[in-house]
Design a protein around this ligand. Structure first.
Ligand SMILES: C[S@@+](CC[C@H](N)C(=O)[O-])C[C@H]1O[C@@H](n2cnc3c(N)ncnc32)[C@H](O)[C@@H]1O
Length: 263
């Protein structure tokens, strides 16, 4: 039996407002659009009121103008990460080999592959739920593998990757407890926790990246503003030439590390 019976739009808005949803009207519109019956609507509202991220309730997230499937237990792609994709699109060659490492739902790779002319896309993640979700989103745009960082990638890609997208977990362990419940409770810890200073996974990625990048290819990572200098150092120490790009509107910091060209 649904706990929050709702029938009209205004009742849905009122229920969501009482639950603390800031954009109650927008959310109510999406929930009404998604529900095929009053019973289903009550169930969706019940899940949202219980604290599930809206994207998990709906089963999709909007990213770079597309609706992508996001299953429960899979990291919800953030709007700020659209900035990383835009940076990648700006530096990718016309026919790019793209790897989306730590791909989650696969949102970044799908967005980049659809923005560019011709892309050979490979995506991978360690979480089976993310891999299943990414396979549905990526479809015939590319391949999705399951495993730790670069391990599952075909060896033939070594030295051939033009764009290495890596939105790795970067929340410092002590800060995970401070995240909103939507992330802390409903997204897997492996998607959030980046170790002591938040940069453990980034360090591992950067250390291996030069072996996979094509000459002139780039690794793109997201970091918090606070981690910016440390992230630059991580990419620089790995032998990449680092630079930082910032989008204040999206509150996004991206560090790009480029491999040297052979002369
Ligand atoms: C912050 S989420 C980003 C997901 C996606 N790139 C996005 O931006 O929506 C980090 C992702 O890294 C994956 N991950 C964490 N550690 C990993 C590892 N050692 N190897 C592969 N994937 C890993 C998690 O499962 C999660 O999907």
């Amino acid at each position: 039996m649904p706990v929050h019976p709702v029938s009209s739009f205004s009742a849905t808005v009122a229920t969501l407002r009482r639950a603390g949803c800031v954009f109650a009207e927008d959310e109510a519109s999406l929930l009404h659009e998604a529900a095929a019956s009053p019973d289903e609507l009550s169930l969706l509202v019940e899940h949202r009121v219980a604290g599930l991220p809206l994207e998990h309730v709906l089963g999709w997230a909007e990213f770079c103008g597309r609706r992508l499937t996001v299953d429960s237990g899979v990291f919800v792609p953030r709007r700020r990460t659209e900035f990383l994709v835009a940076q990648a699109a700006a530096l990718a060659p016309r026919r790019a080999v793209v790897v989306d490492l730590c791909c989650g739902s696969g949102a970044l790779g799908v967005a980049l592959a659809t923005a560019l002319d011709r892309v050979e896309l490979h995506a991978c993640d360690v979480e089976p739920a993310a891999v299943r979700c990414a396979r549905r989103n990526v479809g015939d745009l590319g391949q999705v593998y399951e495993g730790d960082l670069f391990d599952p990638l075909p060896a033939a890609l070594r030295g051939c990757v033009d764009v290495l997208l890596a939105n790795v977990p970067y929340v410092p362990t002590a800060d995970v407890e401070l995240l909103p419940a939507e992330a802390r409770v409903h997204e897997p810890r492996v998607a959030l926790d980046g170790g002591g200073d938040g940069l453990d996974v980034m360090r591992r990625v950067a250390a291996e990246a030069p072996g996979w990048l094509a000459p002139g290819g780039s690794l793109l990572v997201e970091a918090s503003e606070r981690q910016r200098d440390a992230a630059v150092e991580v990419l620089g120490r790995a032998g990449l030439t680092p630079r930082v790009v910032v989008c204040e509107e999206l509150y996004a910091t991206v560090v790009i590390g480029t491999a040297g060209r052979v002369v």
